[in-house]
Design a binder for this molecule. Sequence first.
Ligand code: FAD
Length: 505
Amino acid sequence: MTQNDAGPIRKIVILGGGTAGWMTAAALSHRLAGSAVSIELVESDEIGIIGVGEATLPHIRAFNTAMGIDEQTLIDQTQATFKLGIQFVDWGRPGDSYIHPFGAYGEPIEGIDFHHVWAARRAMGDAAYISDYSYPVRAAEANRFQRPVSDPGSILSTFSYAFQFDASLYAAFLRQVSCGRGVVRTEGKVVDHVLDGATGDVDAVVLSDGRRISGDLFVDCSGFRGRLINQALETTFEDWSHWLPCDSAFAVPCQTTAPVGPYTRATARAAGWQWRIPLQHRTGNGHVFSSAHISDEGAVATLMSNLEGPALAEPRRLSFKTGRRHKLWSRNVVAIGLSGGFLEPLESTSIYLIQLGITTLLDLFPDRIGMAADAEEYNRIMALEFDRIRDFLVLHYVANQRDEPFWREMRTMAWPDSLAAKVEAFKSRGLLPDYDIGVFLPPSWLAVLVGQNIVPNGWDPRVDRLERHVLSAKLAALGDDVRSTVDRTPDHMAFIRDAAARAGS
Ligand code: FAD
């Protein structure tokens, strides 16, 4: 009988020390502290980490809090700035710009969702943009930031925030935290694996110097190569590049010259898009593109000619394939991070998916007997979220009125059926996807649908029964509240400096 046949999990091996590996190590070591389970993380300095991934989503705050990580320490250690949303420039058509905020638009009026009221008023000629009723949009545009409050009567309760940080520093910080909690770090390159002849489970990984590391549960955080989930277990991959054809990126940091805004920017380019992520000490930039539509030389030239400050390094090329593994958990291997799948960083979802993978694993934490059932549930949860994010990303591309070949192809391609149904429901009746869990909830869909110039032609019929002057007064008061609150909000960088000074950091 091998150690994989039965009984509780006693040894977890994490393969990989990038963001995924160290987030997994930090979370598992926190949750399993005091138990009989030991954790070993294997990473290879020779292979290194991908080292991009600087924009996050608000969920990361809950993750850090659950691990007992103080927010000010995190900000200091990772040169973090705050993030209220993502600005999309030139996506619908050149000259367009909108922010997808981490927060709501307006508030329900007489029990009717705000956007129905806005859509009806718009049809009657009211020119106000929906962002006039969003505090995080207007605060981001003004480079201002403060934390939300819990008082539901305040406009400051209507938003959330995330961080833009140096992902390498985040991984280094989590390594320190994890090793302090007893995680054993082993440096070495895995060159082979040993499968259990009877079950097909992974028994051990073998390093280039012959060392053999056994485990009961393996978390594959080995990046795009998927050393265990792919190379050892040959788990199949669902390729989505027909919907999301960008397959390459060049990334380069530059000096920060412009004011540091609390938002990430994604600017559409002829064959893809360019990100700008301002941190405290530098700005991260990258050009994500379809290699079928632009050469490497052209992609680099586009990136470099659109930097806002002097480059701090040579541009680095990255290749990827969009999609996910059919089974992110197969036998006794759970793929977390790039090994499990990748969606281009348009909405900063990779670190969120790492977090979801970790928390789902912890929720289901297996004993050996239940592993197959746990794996099935894990795969269901992860597939659902991957698929929803895919539809959300595709929405940004298909609803465009740009004229380059890449964008024309995106506009005319066959949409995922699940997305077409959502867009139709919104156009005809103002209905938003009925999601109450997951990453992109109705306000996010609203932001991108309207931002991409898709507006409802119908709305909740109850709006037509409301008194027009009452509606006008409510909307005017809401717009005033947003404006005056933004005016009283501190400058983003001043907020960061003051908080650091108060903490003595
Ligand atoms: P990696 O960083 O590749 O780490 C893999 C680890 O496995 C390394 O430690 C390596 O040494 C180890 N390893 C591999 N093979 C072996 C072996 N045989 N033996 C021993 N060790 C091995 N995400 C976001 O959330 N926000 C963003 O803004 C964002 N931007 C991105 C931009 C681009 C262009 C790309 C490509 C990705 C972006 N991401 C972003 C995704 C993000 O970078 C990754 O999700 C994150 O870095 C996690 O990577 P990882 O830990 O899975 O893999």
